[in-house]
Design a protein around this ligand. Sequence first.
Ligand code: ZN
Length: 251
Amino acid sequence: MRKVEIQLIRNATLKLNYAGKTILVDPMLSAKHSFMSFVEQGKDLNPTLDLPVSAEEVVKGIDAVLLTHVHPDHLDPKSVEVLPKEIPFFAQVADKEAVEKMPFQQLTLVEDEAKYDEITITRTNGKHGPKELLEVLGTVSGYVLQAENNPTIYIVGDCLLDADVEQTIEKYNPDIIVTNSGGAMFMGENRILMDVQETIAVAKKAPKAKVVAVHMEALDHCTVTRESMKAEAEKAGVEIIIPKDGETLIF
Ligand SMILES: [Zn+2]
């Protein structure tokens, strides 16, 4: 099995070293307080903290970009500015209109599956909140990455834990699962991201997988802290890996 490196940049932004390629997932590279709050209208309060390294450093050496959906905490104007335009850029079909307006020259819209060198990228479904918010929040995807002699990675995306996510775990039996676990609240009322308990449920559902929880402590509507995640996981007797911003995990 080849080694895989996953560097958490911040929020859901990951720099993966997988099957010989460096893939940047969900680039949000803006400086602190450069775009809108998701809690207080009319204020720029996000992201709530700066990148651990410069945006230029993040994009250095990347071979491709993989986007789960076009919300500004997954692809922001700063990223569109600094990303190389000529490298492969994979996005969900649902974001066709938005991404086709961007200056990326090698766009692949993934409906079910795409091939990238040795890597098979399979798009997975999920829901970015309860039923009544799905129209407002739009379609989101996750991806399963597979390559021979490499661990299978499931990037869940901005999803609640539901049958779609459970079925993906059953079908692909991933070695590594990355969950967006910030427990974000929409208008203070509805939860639109996995929280601690759902992340623990993922870890219980996939006891052999390494579960990596991200999308915490970078946006003002996220309620889960790394500390609460760690404490609750310990209480539940499951292992959840909680990287710091900038930290690289090697599997
Ligand atoms: Zn998000």
